[in-house]
Each structure stands twice: as structure tokens, then as C-alpha cells.
Ligand binder design. Sequence first.
Ligand code: ADP
Ligand code: MG
Length: 697
Amino acid sequence: MKNVSEYFGSLVFDGRVMKATLSAEVYRSLRKTINEGAKLDIGVANAVAAAMKNWAVAHGATHYTHWFQPLTGITAEKHDSFISPSPDGGVIMEFSGKELIKGEPDASSFPSGGLRATFEARGYTAWDPTSYAFIKGKTLCIPTAFCSYTGEALDKKTPLLRSMEALNRQSLRILRLFGNTEARRVTSSVGPEQEYFLIDKEMYEKRKDLVFTGRTLFGAKPPKGQEMDDHYFGVIRPRVAEYMEDLNEELWKLGILAKTEHNEVAPAQHELAPIYTTTNVAADHNQLTMEIMQRVAARHGLVCLLHEKPFAGVNGSGKHNNWSISTDTGVNLLSPGDTPYENAQFLLFLCAVIKAVDDYQDLLRISVATAGNDHRLGANEAPPAVVSIFLGDELDAILTSIEKDEPYSGTKKSTIKLGVDVLPKFPRDTTDRNRTSPFAFTGNKFEFRMLGSSNSISCANIMLNAATAESLRIFADKLEGADNFEEALHDLIRDTIREHKRIIFNGNGYDDGWIKEATEKRGLLNYRTTPDCIPHVLDKKNVDMLTSQKVFSESELRSRCEITLENYCKTVIIEASTMVDMARKQILPAVGKYTASLAEAAIAKKSVSEELACGYEKSLIAKLSVLADRISIGIDELEEAVTSVKKNEDVISESAEIRDKVLGKMSLLRLACDEAETVTAAEYWPFPTYGDLLFGV
Ligand code: ADP
Ligand code: MG
């Protein structure tokens, strides 16, 4: 077994390789582009491309691809080989700076939400030099953004990079006000904790619902589920341990800092967390991680399920987005410091986040909205759909004392004067296990916990960065014009707390009382489903903020709204159609067969003696017949619901119609089928059960 430090990043064209393969001048200029976003000239690009190609070919690569993240939610790649004919009839391996910087995939089939007429189907991809190129199989993958020819973003990376730029711009304004002249760049960092299920591949293939939709659409509760809590942090089984070992090795070769892994609450559920890194790199890495998790699973006869709710009745999977903001000089702006200066600056950034989350709670909810995640949010296994912030008692007490201009009991009973006093030390609450809060402060970062396991983390971080940038802009506008900076700062922090404290909640988010209080007393939003929340991305305040921060244009927002809702509609309709198919072709015949066998047995008994004929078969046949009728009616009604949904021009009303008409019928059909499962002999049931799937690895 090789030493990890020897192969870590071996498939990445990272800083070490750049230094070794580029001239000092080219390296310096590329670094400037990576660190400061400086423009890259074509001469440098040519030199980088040549070095990249040589390195990739030496590592067995024959092709290259511009690797990007279209709005489908997964990644896309189109492979071109390096070969180019040479005059003597052979080939040479070529790759130019132009090919590195810009690609033109024929991408007419990617969703664009009307942004790109199909006759000019070609979008273009543009290199993101801040995310290292890597080799996958025999292909050099170059992380890129994907835009239309008119410059509109057709992907998730472009707006993410723009949001990071917005946050950088506004944060630097604030830092300058605090006299910081050194920091040249402020970036957000993310460490996403990824949950997933592992199940046996052979069983998976026997279930059309898993194959077509990624989740089970039927399945009675097994005798044992997660009630014993004996899986969480439990001993990792050998087959899973082998998988994790293999997965880690693959991820490490790609320079992904996979760090912790453990069993999760549900049986067959696990988690993987990397060490945090710059947001756009973290987003690329998370996409790559999800892809490799699935690929490695196949090698082990397993399937990795990334769906938010693969099994009813056991916890689904989420993704915790740990997020912080720091300077290029290494200061975490969300870390309370030791000096009055650091404290005041920390409190201002903290207030910026509090204001951002309150003002744009809808955008945060929107950023995690999918049909799959609708099953988790508010179902007492993940945070509710109401956004709130958990600060912990210590920090909350400090904010309260500032808000009321009252003494804080943690200090020598004196009123805290910002910029003068040192705040009391509040212990970093890294042990916080209040998993019920959607947005928790955990000592030096915020943990946004509403993301679904299959979500791209780009969407959530775009909104977080943009909304925080907007708070900081408003703060900077105020403070830059102030006569007395310290006084203005104090007032600004106090007023922000007063205005936005409704978003702070340290209690139990699963409590029904909280939802009532949140919506009725505090006026917080509770968008329960995807069709509820997505249209609000187009609310004037949201469009104004996102366009003025230059994160999205209005037409980009319209297209995203449309694509997300279309995606919702398609997902539900595919699920409903799969249910109809399975119930009609597998479940109903199985129930029928079992009923027939019971009837045969009853007849056989009857031929022996009249009395024997009144055995259990009779009542069971009656029960099964009733259930079969219910199933049959359920199938017809579901099918009717699906066909009755009008193919609407207006996808907003279409998605709401699908939610209202189809979901209820899906539940009814499932209920009847699950009940039938509990009374049907195992050998007749047409596919693996929950017990098989959850305890079969
Ligand atoms: P938990 O207690 O939630 O299990 P950890 O403290 O181990 O979490 O961290 C979870 C994730 O948070 C990891 O991916 C870690 O790298 C990341 N993380 C830690 N510090 C920061 C930070 N300052 N900014 C962003 N992410 C961070
Ligand atoms: Mg966590």
C-alpha cells in the first residue's frame, strides 16, 4: 500500500506540477490569474496548454474535455482527442491555449430555459483557472463555465463565480473601513458533508423505482428500521469499509481532501466530509465526489443512492454546507477574535449574515428546492422549510445586550462598547448537535443544513454569497459616509440586531409550536414545496438584489425558474408513471397469484372436508381481494391524474397542478400496495423489500 502523501493529487495539474513544468514567468502570471483574477494573455495560455497536455499524455490521457455543470444538476463533458495529423501520415498530440481557454460544445440538448434559441444552439465553455484541471480515466478534464453566445450563464459555475466576486468587492470595502490595507481578496470557503446510502447492486436492479427514479416508491416498513439508533457512528461493516477505502484513494488522487466518514442514523446510510476549501473548488469537488461515489460503488457490487429520500420511514440524506468568509491574509471573518478591533469587525460580518438570511430567507429556501428535498424539509428529520438562525446561548446573550444597550453578565457587568471593549470569550461550539436548525453558527462558520444530498452546492452558495454581499454593501454605504466611525458602527450593529432578531431561534426546530410562532408571530416564510417557493425567485426585491450584485441577469433568473419547475414536473410524472407500471405489471399480478394459490389450497382442503374450507385462506383471500381492488382503482386514478394535468404554457401553474393532483394519488396507491406487501407471502413479492435493501449489504 502506497503512502497517501505520495499519490495525493497525482491526477491533478496542481500548483506543484505547474511550478515544475512552467517557466518562472508563465507560472507567475498564471498565479496572478488564479489568486487575483488577473486577465490571462494568450501567450501564457499557450504555454500552460502545452505543459498541461504533456503532463496529461505522460499520465496516459488521450483526450481532453471542458468539464462543466449545466442546469441539469450533473456534470457534462464532451471528449476531444489531442491528436492532430502530421505531414508524414502520423499524428502528433496537440493542445493550444485557445482550446484550453474556450470550447464550443454542441450543447443544444442542455436545458436553457429559453435563453438560447435552438438554431444558435452552441454555447461556449470558458476555463476557470482557479479550479485545477485533473485526469479522469484517459481524459484531461478542464473545469469550465458554460455560457450562451450572448454571455448568459447556462450553468451553475458562472453565477457562483460572480457571487464570490460580489462578496469579495463588498467585504473589501468593509475591511478598508477597519483600516485593513493588506487584504487583497476575500473568498468564501465551504466544506460540504455528504450523506448517501449504499445498497446491493443486484437488489437495486430488481427495482424499477430505484432504477428510474433513484428512490423506492413502494415498500412496507421493515420489522426493524432505525429505531434502535444502532447504526449512527457504529462499526463500519467490512464491505462498506472496503468501499470507503477505495473511494478515498480515488478522491485523494484527484486532490479531494476527503477527511471523515462515518455511519449515519439510518441503516445503510453513511457520510463523507472533505476538508473545506474555496467555494468554487469545493463545488467542483463535490460534483466529482458524487460521481466517483457512484462509480466506485459499482466496482464493489453496490449502488450509491444520492436521492434525498430513498426510503420512506427512515431518514433521508442531506448535505451540510459549512460556510465561512476569509481574507487572502488568512483571517476568518466569521471567527470572533481576541481584540476589540477583531470583535467589532466580527460582529459586523455576523450581522451582515443575520441580515442576509432574514432579508433573503426565500432565496435560501429556493436554492435547495427540488422534488426530492420536499420529502425531507419539515418532516422532522431535516430542518423545517422555515429558515432561521441558531447562534447558541453565549452569542445570543451578547447580541441581546448590544441590542438593549444593557450590561452583558459575562463581562464585569459593564456595557459592551464596540471597538473599545474586548468581548468575553465564548467557547467555540463545535459540539453543537442541534441538528434541527437550518442555519447554525458553529464557532467560526455557519452550517446551512437544508441542502438535499443530490443538490449542487453551487445554488445555495450563490444565494448566500450574494445576500451577504448585499448586506455588506448597505453597511459600507452607511459607514463610509459616517462622521464618527465608531459610533456609526455601534448604532449599525444595534439597529441590525433589532431589525432582524426575528430570524434568530435557538430552540427545537422540529417543534410544531415553532412553526406556528415563526409564521404567525415572527412573519417568517414557510414555503413547503418546490412549486410554492421557486416562483418567488422573480419577486422584485430578489431580482433587484441579484441583478445589482451582478450575479444574475433577469432573463437568467427567468430561465432558472422555468428549468427548476420543469424539472420538478418531470420528476413527479416519471415517479407516478413508474408507480403505475410497477403496480400494474408486478404488484397486482403477484397479489393475484398469491390469492389464487390460497384459493387452490382452500379448494383442496374442501375436497378433504367441508369444515376445513373455512380456514384462514378465506379471510386472507377476502383481505387480498379488497386490497387488489384498491390497488387497481389506485392505478387508474393515478393514471388519470397524470393525464389530466394540462400541458401548460405556464410552468408555474403546471407544477402546482401536478403537486396538488398527483402526489396525493401516489400516496394512496402506495398505501394499498404496502398493505398488500405485509399480507403477501414473501416468495410471491415481486421485488426486494425494505428489509432486504436496508440490511442487505
Ligand atoms: P461537524 O461537527 O458538523 O461534524 P466539523 O467541525 O468536523 O463538523 O466540520 C464539518 C465540515 O466543516 C468539514 O468539511 C470541515 O472542513 C468544514 N469546516 C471547518 N471549518 C470551516 C471553515 N472555517 N469554513 C468552512 N468550512 C469549515
Ligand atoms: Mg455538520
